[in-house]
Design a protein around this ligand. Sequence first.
Ligand code: NAD
Length: 255
Amino acid sequence: MERDMGRVEGKVALVTGGGSGLGAADCEALAREGATVVVTDVKLETALAVADRIGGGALAMALDVADEGQWIAVMQEIEARFGRLDVLVNNAGVVLSADVEDTTLEQFRWVSAIMTDGVFLGCKHAIPLMNKGSGGSIVNMSSTGALLGYPIFFAYSAAKGAVRAMTKSVAVMCQEKGYKIRCNSVHPGAIETPMVQTAEGRLDKPKEIPDGVLPPGTPGHPKDVAALVLFLASDESRFITGAELVIDNGVTIRP
Ligand code: NAD
């Protein structure tokens, strides 16, 4: 029997914040299923390490998602090398543990610059290149914070709410303009990554995730989210756009 084609075989995929946590797991899943992955991060050394690990012609590039000039340069480089972009995973993020009373304007703007401006700029500059090829899929990393509004993560929840709304605007615009581009948001609950460990003040090693159904309260593994991102990146999800996909082991529906 012949080997099945990879689920994203031949696609070119850019992941932001790809040097750590969920972004690194996304890069691994996309590369495993046949994509050429452009691993980007504000910390180039982490992107280089991930690109080296996943192989498959992966390319590492520095990209601060809050910087429009860097987005333009990265898109020019991808066009020159590959002539197309099929998948954009707007994953980069930061967390700030402060409620509305304790958040300064400067902090609020810092969080917004990375997570709101970053997703806006990613969509804006990826769409023209996707349109030069055969369209594409944009996956925006939001959070259950966009749905519940976590008091202690005030600026973070606000930015993730903006990501949710931008996703729907982009999805509808693409359909109205006849672009073959889908855009969806992913809303994870707590997943064991460096971000969560820092936010909760825990720096212990991630726990082993048991096989099978996870009991309530168990944090997810980056691979759990990467499986969803891979599905949204692939053509298997061609009938899904403008959707918000919650991946939290039921936390948001529990009374
Ligand atoms: P992480 O801290 O492990 O990784 C975040 C990555 O983003 C890092 O590699 C970091 O260098 C990069 N980054 C930070 N600022 C950047 C910038 N200006 N430009 C480019 N890259 C930048 O965190 P993670 O848990 O893997 O988070 C990834 C995404 O998932 C974030 O958007 C986060 O908000 C979201 N998320 C995470 C969880 C969770 O529980 N871990 C839950 C919901 C949503």
